[in-house]
Design a protein around this ligand. Structure first.
Ligand code: GTP
Ligand code: MG
Length: 193
């Protein structure tokens, strides 16, 4: 998809605030700082529409971005950020679970993992959660610009194995720095719309 129009529609914390439209939605899940907001910006050719930051935990709400009047990207707050209180974490869990398990418009989840490292226990748990609810997942390995190309396949194999990845799900090697995987990611997303 070649995107010319994209806008933040709403930052929501509860279902009453979700946009009241039948448009398909693609959610972005992943650890804090993995590159979810950067992924959105790359796919829509915009530097700073989705807020990014060196500070983890920047995205705290479900941010709905309307893309070409055709779909919504839903930027989900990252998990695995240590400096968050138990109460905050429980609130986060409830908000995410409510959205991921109850939203009819949700067609697939882009699950982002840092390509440099083996997926964390949180990453595995998120993937298993999505599979339990039978959601199609596109696994996106971010920050590939930080790994030499010759090691990509090895890192990819480690990630797929650790996640016990469903062969029906798509795997994309990605970088918001080099735009590696942008077309492959769009192709996977469009297959679910
Ligand atoms: N080198 C490199 N840096 C990246 C890439 N993607 C994101 N970053 C950097 O990683 C940091 C976090 O990126 P964000 O897109 O804000 O991450 P996020 O997952 O939205 O983080 P939260 O909103 O806190 O959950 C920023 O400093 C980005 O510039 C990438 O592909 N390559
Ligand atoms: Mg973010």
């Amino acid at each position: 998809m070649n995107v010319h129009n994209a806008e933040l529609v709403i930052s929501a914390v509860s279902p009453a605030q979700y946009p009241d439209t039948p448009l398909p939605e693609i959610a972005l899940a992943g650890r804090s700082n993995v590159g979810k907001s950067s992924f959105i910006n790359t796919l829509i050719n915009r530097k700073g529409l989705a807020r990014t930051s060196g500070k983890p935990g920047k995205t705290q709400t479900l941010n709905f971005y309307l893309i070409e009047n055709a779909l919504h990207f839903v930027d989900v707050p990252g998990y695995g950020y240590a400096k968050v209180s138990k109460t905050e974490r429980a609130k986060w869990g409830k908000m995410i679970e409510t959205y991921l398990t109850g939203r009819k418009q949700l067609k697939a989840v882009v699950s982002l993992v840092d390509m440099r490292h083996e997926p964390t226990a949180d990453d595995v748990q998120m993937y298993e959660f999505l599979k339990y609810y039978q959601l199609p997942v596109i696994v996106v390995a971010t920050k590939s610009d930080k790994i030499p190309r010759g090691k990509w396949q090895k890192h990819a194999a480690v990630i797929k194995k650790k996640l016990n990845m469903d062969p029906q799900d798509t795997f994309v090697i990605f970088s918001s720095e080099t735009k590696e995987g942008k077309e492959a990611a769009w192709q996977a997303i469009e297959s679910y719309l």
